[in-house]
Write a protein that binds this ligand. Structure first.
Ligand code: AR6
Length: 167
């Protein structure tokens, strides 16, 4: 995959698919989930209600409605509780399953937030490292963006992942 780390609001990104860091109900919430639902409009929640939720590490797809993106992939990250509950493998699955779905839908570009790095409490630096490592180790020619929204992650990225940043 071709990875770029960018700074901004994922709801404003112009690409085929954006990924939502959802919860297992898929019925909306705070953080990036709230922002995506607000920007997409009520129709998104209506479609999400038909999906029957989603398990941790899995991913489901809906339309993008009022977003620029044609589709939204909803994935459910692990709730971090110390690192001994298989959190890293669950987080890896989020990226892998989302990328597999994006491929299935013939996307040429997909944007991710840093899954689990907010309300779900995954240590930010580790959450970003898992995102980067998983995305670059996947086969494919898609343009994949990691969109950073908080300053702490931006500072971490500048220190550790500068080579992937747009500058
Ligand atoms: N664009 C890009 N990234 C964003 C945006 C945005 N507009 N808004 C926040 N972030 P979080 P989680 C960043 O809490 O940890 C929800 O209530 C944020 O700064 O959104 O996976 C769900 O319903 C952070 O770096 O998701 C779940 O209940 C990253 O996105 C729960 O939160 C993830 O933070 C999921 O928690």
């Amino acid at each position: 995959m071709n990875l770029k780390i960018i700074i901004g609001d994922i709801t404003k990104i112009k690409c085929d698919i954006i990924v939502n860091a959802a919860n297992s109900t898929l019925l909306g919430g705070g953080g990036v989930d709230g922002a995506i639902h607000r920007a997409a409009g009520k129709e998104l929640l209506k479609e999400c209600r038909t999906l029957g939720g989603c398990r941790e590490g899995q991913a489901k797809i809906t339309g993008g409605y009022k977003l620029f993106a044609e589709y939204v992939i909803h994935t459910v990250g692990p709730i971090y509780s110390g690192g001994n509950r298989n959190e890293e493998n669950i987080l890896i699955s989020c990226y892998k399953n989302s990328l597999a779905l994006a491929k299935e839908y013939n996307a040429s570009s997909v944007a991710f937030p840093v899954i689990s790095a907010g309300a779900y409490g995954y240590p930010k630096e580790e959450a970003l490292r898992v995102a980067v490592d998983t995305i670059i180790s996947e086969e494919g020619d898609m343009d994949v963006y990691i969109v950073l929204f908080d300053k702490e992650l931006v500072d971490i990225a500048k220190k550790r992942f500068y080579e992937y940043m747009d500058n």
